[in-house]
Design a protein around this ligand. Sequence first.
Ligand SMILES: [Ca+2]
Ligand SMILES: [Ca+2]
Ligand SMILES: [Ca+2]
Length: 218
Amino acid sequence: MNKTKSFFLSAIILGTLNLFGQNYNGHPWHDSTQSIPGKIQCEFYDEGGQGIAYHDSDIANNGSGKLNPDDGTYYNTFRKNEGVDISYTKSNEIDNNPYNIVLPEMNQLYVGWTEPDEWINYTIDIKKEGTYQLSLMYTANADGKISLSLDGKDLTGPILIRSTYSFAENIAWRQWHHWNKAENIANIKLPAGKHILKLCTVDNGNMNYDYLEFKLSK
Ligand SMILES: [Ca+2]
Ligand SMILES: [Ca+2]
Ligand SMILES: [Ca+2]
């Protein structure tokens, strides 16, 4: 084994990836790095816990094991011992309701119970350097803002995420279940290779994030 190989093997064993001088102790969920172009599923954030892979305002997962009681199923127990709050889209007019702007697929895991200053990291593999158009599958109880950074450097500044609140809705809790896909909300230049993408909730919270989508535009 040459020196380079040996270094990378050591880094993997220690669970540490040195990216641009930053020591990062998180690692891809289930050793499965998500790639760009494509969708980054928000629930497949990195392993490593609070302060490393994510910052969440409370240690409970308010979805898995709580709103969705622990019945042993994949969806109800998904990462239930972690602080990031996760639920999934459900039928019976919960998420397939008349007030969707874009109909979501059912049984899609998403990050919910978002609050300002929360953030989540993703180890990503960017297959091709270029400019990407960003889209987000989401719900928002009111106008909110998110931002993205790469390896600790801001990529986007605050991005406005339009409210999906409906005055016609007569079920209060369903204001958190009106889905939309915000298309082309940012143009982002990305380098190739492995990087750490950070999704920050900047303003308002009360948004649910299903996935980010990156399409190569040039
Ligand atoms: Ca939480
Ligand atoms: Ca939260
Ligand atoms: Ca998802």
